[in-house]
Design a protein around this ligand. Structure first.
Ligand code: ASP
Ligand code: MG
Length: 471
């Protein structure tokens, strides 16, 4: 049974000021089907929690940190709010303080304790948002995802939700809340692991949480509210004439997000696709605008490049091997080792003598150390090419249009830019190539200009035209 309703996710800047709480309340009041809200932490809080774990702390430092965090959240409560919100924030910060003490004393952070600490940003935010909504006439209740049956696997730091278990437990609870007339304000970013601890979904994971809630409740719509618009043809900071996109397919959105577009957590698409829900990216300052819609019916194969994204600060790890006899196992061993080291591989290319892997620059030394532990004789030597940026161009039509890659690489070559590594065909909708960091902006501009001209068109008109075609 599909019950109409919407889960609306608000995060970062959108939950960090009184003005924003007013906007959220209006948005919820304008459409009563928005009965489920997912929040992420107040801007800067998750980063501060990460920093609090970065080194063994003195007790004094912990005390200061906790006092600041408590003050910051209390200050965001409405003037006349229930004591219970003040108490909840007190209790949460006290619990976090004890946790940080424990970590400081033992000088040991495990992936599990780390996720527990990181989960506090969302727990605090849910209290603050629910209290403010209450004050603004919305009957809102704060809920912690791990207490209400949002289940996850044990991959701390990058967990995935257990969708069907979650549906069985979370949905009845949230339905009852909705029937009682309450708006549920649910913590994003983490769920309850199989060993009963919070496990986070990776940075930016609240978008994913919203999609999981939609899956559980079989909701048709997931709204991701942001303080900037949705997806664009390129990052407007690099390409001023970039224009908004009114529609993308699931795959286009997933690839763009994976390859650096900041609009959406890349894995959000998974639960959405599994239940046929649409993800709609909306601008909190312009709620009347339609934003970018990503759904089961937004596949448009008629065009070529729809959008260009990029990831900076990467490195290419070149693993050389002449141990021909063990060639088959080389790729497997290398990728297993890197996965175990928590190194994200963006792209890989193999030849007879070398495997080239694109990884985050700050993971290179860890990756090298891990590879050094592989059985002797497997690897001859490793070379690192630093200062690498990856550019991806994405479109459902790429596999059908002719000469797209040629146009991209000509446009880039004409600007004297050297293309290092090219990957095509791994996905039908995304091609990627790498350049030196210094050439990134010029290369993105070149590709955008090749496909969209130099901005002499009306971007709004073009965006609408592209959107309309995709229906
Ligand atoms: N607060 C978490 C983060 O900063 C999750 C999120 O923002 O979605 O990564
Ligand atoms: Mg985000």
């Amino acid at each position: 049974m599909v019950e109409p309703g919407t889960v609306a996710k608000f995060g970062g800047n959108c939950v960090s000021s009184a003005d924003m709480y007013g906007r959220i309340a209006k948005i919820l009041q304008a459409d009563r089907s928005r009965k489920f809200v997912v929040v992420s932490a107040i801007a800067g809080v998750t980063d501060s929690l990460v920093a609090s774990l970065a080194k063994p702390r003195e007790e004094k430092e912990i005390d200061h940190y906790i006092a600041d965090l408590r003050r910051k959240h209390l200050a965001l409560l409405p003037d006349s709010c229930e004591d219970s919100s003040v108490e909840a924030i007190g209790a949460l910060t006290t619990k976090l303080e004890r946790l940080l003490y424990g970590i400081a004393y033992t000088e040991e952070t495990t992936p599990r304790s780390r996720d527990f600490v990181l989960s506090f940003g969302e727990r605090l935010a849910a209290q603050v948002v629910a209290a403010n909504l209450g004050r603004l006439g919305v009957d809102a209740r704060a809920h912690e995802a791990d207490a209400i049956g949002l289940f996850a696997d044990d991959t701390y730091g990058n967990a995935s939700a257990l969708l069907d278990e979650t549906r069985a437990r979370l949905a009845p609870f949230l339905r009852r809340e909705a029937q009682a007339g309450h708006v549920s304000v649910i913590t994003g970013f983490f769920g309850l692991s199989q060993d009963g601890k919070p496990a986070t979904f990776g940075r930016g994971g609240s978008d994913y949480s919203a999609a999981v809630v939609a899956y559980a409740l079989e909701l048709p719509t997931i709204e991701i509210w942001r303080d900037v618009g949705g997806f664009m043809s390129a990052d407007p900071k690099i390409v001023p004439e970039a224009f908004p996109l009114s529609a993308l397919s699931y795959d286009e959105a997933a690839e763009l997000s994976y390859f650096g577009a900041k609009a959406l957590h890349p894995r959000s698409v998974q639960p959405a696709r599994a239940c046929g829900a649409s993800i709609v990216l909306k601008n909190i300052f312009r709620p009347e605008e339609t934003g970018t819609r990503i759904g089961p019916d937004t596949v448009d194969r008629s065009g070529d490049v729809k959008s260009i994204s990029y990831v900076r600060d990467l490195a290419t790890l070149k693993v050389f091997s002449t141990g021909a006899g063990r060639k088959e196992s080389l790729l497997a061993e290398v990728s297993t080792a890197l996965t175990d080291a928590g190194t994200n591989v963006y792209s890989a290319a193999t030849s007879q003598t070398c495997i080239a892997l694109l990884v985050d620059a700050d993971g290179v030394s860890r990756a090298k150390k891990t590879l050094a532990r592989l059985p002797p004789g497997l690897i001859d030597r490793i070379e690192v090419l630093a200062h690498v940026s990856l550019i991806s161009f994405v479109g459902e039509g790429l596999g059908y249009a002719h000469g797209v890659a040629a146009r991209v690489f000509r446009a880039v070559a004409e600007r004297g830019i050297n293309v290092q590594l090219i990957s095509a065909g791994a996905s039908m909708v995304a091609y990627t190539f790498t350049v030196d960091d210094r050439d990134l902006e010029k290369a993105v501009q070149a590709v955008h200009k090749e496909f969209f001209g130099n901005g002499s068109h009306d971007p709004g008109r073009l965006a609408r035209a592209r959107g309309d075609r995709s229906r």
